[in-house]
Design a protein around this ligand. Structure first.
Ligand code: NAD
Length: 262
């Protein structure tokens, strides 16, 4: 039997990609699509207009898993609704603050949740490679993360850039918050030893580029991932939804889905 999926944010860029993808997926079936209160069912609708609702509880009553690419402001309501309904949750929305993240963690006590800053298989392989490369690199190697996204993106650095920084911090056994340099401007002074630097580019329709840079005197290693379309994220989110349907309550990520843990 197929896993019944509710998509939150059906009029968004990711929501529309997911609707298209799930229609051709044998493991998953589309049970409901939610819209923000100020949105209408699109015309023409890509699926039956009856699947659309403004009420998250109505959507969850038909679903096994909610796939959520919306806004941080929606997260607390969705966390409580999933926990109440016993519906599993794929969380792709990024830019959560501490209280929104705490709501996700609390809901994971009740239902299985897969949360990832980036659902593409390539990026998750990259995170693993970055951790390995950091472990193998010499202590004086400078670590930098560069990311580029479309002009509409509202958070920076991207959740994926932060995840790359975190993989570096794990590889070096340090705390990212204590070592991150999020931007540089003016007379910054020399580079702080042991820091992890971030640079952000915004423009046009770039779907998402990330480079992890390992720079030492005399050589430079760069690991780069470029997403060509949103399909890479949508495919990963669908894979996570199918995987979650078998899992007990807990907070998982794509490293778990792809079995990339040690
Ligand atoms: P978008 O702005 O195109 O879509 C978001 C949609 O959610 C909008 O249509 C908005 O109206 C809708 N929405 C807001 N509140 C809602 C509510 N209460 N109920 C239902 N719908 C609601 O944005 P996007 O490019 O699709 O990205 C969405 C989020 O996903 C962002 O946080 C983005 O950073 C993140 N994202 C994550 C990944 C990943 O792999 N984890 C990939 C792409 C985007």
């Amino acid at each position: 039997m197929s896993v019944r999926i509710a998509i939150a944010g059906g009029n968004g860029r990711m929501g529309r990609t997911l609707i298209d993808l799930i229609q051709g997926n044998e493991e998953l079936s589309l049970a409901a699509v939610t819209l923000a209160q100020n949105e209408n069912v699109p015309e023409p609708a890509p699926v039956s207009a009856e699947l659309y609702t403004h009420e998250i509880d109505v959507a969850l009553s038909e679903a096994d898993v909610l796939i959520d690419f919306t806004t941080p402001a929606t997260i607390v309501v969705h966390a409580q609704a999933c926990a109440r309904a016993g519906v599993k949750w794929v969380v792709g929305t990024t830019g959560l603050d501490a209280s929104e993240q705490a709501a996700v963690t609390a809901a994971a006590g009740e239902v299985a949740i897969c949360q990832a800053a980036n659902f593409s298989t390539g990026v998750n392989l990259m995170l693993r490679l970055v951790e390995l490369a950091t472990r193998a690199s010499e202590g004086e190697t400078d670590l930098e993360v560069i990311e580029a996204h479309h002009r509409h993106k509202v958070d920076a650095p991207s959740g994926t850039a932060l995840a790359i920084g975190k993989a570096m911090a794990i590889g070096r056994d340090i705390d990212l918050d204590e070592h991150a340099v999020m931007s540089r401007e003016g007379i910054t002074g020399a580079r702080v030893d042991g820091s992890i630097g971030f640079s952000t580019i915004r423009g046009g329709d770039i779907v998402g580029d990330h480079t992890a840079m390992f720079v030492s005197d005399g050589e430079r290693l760069e690991i780069t991932h470029r997403a060509g379309t949103r399909l890479a994220f949508a495919r990963g989110a669908c894979r996570a939804a199918a995987w979650l349907s078998e899992k007990p309550a807990g907070l998982y990520d794509m490293q778990d889905v792809l079995q990339l843990r040690d």
